[in-house]
Design a protein around this ligand. Structure first.
Ligand code: ADP
Ligand code: UDP
Length: 237
């Protein structure tokens, strides 16, 4: 595999073309951002940790029957993925209240949600990623009806798989964000799964082990990600 020119650079990852037209190289950078890019910092080793973390989770999900874009990790900070036509929406499932649901609905953090909730957000930093529903997605043509149903179904399937995985590592999966795209008429899980895009609390102490450490200025951000990786048995260089 030969890496070629950069296709685009997001807030935390850069995406490159390669010698295979239906594949991309996703480079995980140390850049960390929050509040739609308003707060930014470089955190040493974050790119490497998230690349290893994501590879482990994507392989775990694939083994459990989730169709993903992940092909293989190709370096310390980069992975080869299938090139998707991304749907411009984020799929969020919540098991416990935290973050924007608390601000929006005025509810306290840390309440169990039964059933877990599902939300779509439009990927648009300028509009601060507004919440949208299935009608908006279909009416504006962001994704076809079948893809909407598939994204929802797969996001809930991921919940069962990852809640159990994190629980076995003494962690509570509070919430997470997934992105999907189309590949050869199929809907595949794309982007990444790492502590940058989910909330993980220690089961006993409820200590935050995810990007909220960065958002809330708690410090020890990458240290917490490495602790989670260690508990999952992910060997990091
Ligand atoms: P952001 O877009 O939020 O700044 P990133 O820095 O993570 O996020 O950038 C990665 C970009 O790559 C995102 O826009 C994401 O939708 C896109 N992407 C992720 N996986 C794929 C894929 N398999 N094919 C094409 N684009 C992808
Ligand atoms: N999330 C994300 N990218 C976004 C928005 C949210 O990865 O652009 C993740 C976030 O890390 C959390 C979940 O989605 O795990 C729910 O986020 P929420 O809606 O609570 O927004 P926040 O409080 O993070 O702004």
């Amino acid at each position: 595999m030969e890496k070629r020119e950069q296709l685009y650079a997001g807030k935390a990852k850069s995406v490159f073309l390669c010698d295979q037209p239906d594949r991309l190289v996703m480079e995980f950078r140390d850049d960390t951002s929050a509040f739609d890019g308003e707060k930014k910092e470089k955190l040493a080793r974050k790119g490497l940790v998230n690349n290893y973390f994501n590879a482990f989770i994507m392989e775990h999900l694939a083994a459990a029957g989730v169709a993903t874009h992940f092909v293989e990790r190709v370096s310390a900070t980069a992975s080869l993925v299938k090139r998707l036509d991304m749907y411009p929406v984020e799929c969020v499932v919540r098991n416990v209240t935290a973050g924007s649901i608390c601000r929006r609905l005025g509810v306290a953090e840390g309440q169990d949600l039964d059933p877990p909730t599902f939300e779509f957000f439009l990927k648009n930093d300028a509009l601060h990623d507004p919440m949208v529903n299935e009608y908006h997605i279909r009416a504006f043509g962001w994704a076809p009806e079948a893809a909407v149903a598939r994204m929802k179904e797969q996001t809930f399937l991921v919940n069962g798989i990852l809640k159990a995985l994190f629980r076995s590592a003494g962690l509570l999966l509070v919430d997470y964000k997934l992105e999907f795209g189309a590949f050869d008429g199929e809907v595949l899980l794309g982007d990444e799964f790492s502590p940058d895009g989910c909330r993980l609390w220690d089961l006993e102490t409820r200590q935050k082990m995810d990007k909220d450490r960065f958002r809330q200025g708690l410090g020890g951000v990458v240290e917490a990600y490495e602790e989670v990786a260690g508990r999952l048995g992910i060997p990091l260089p």
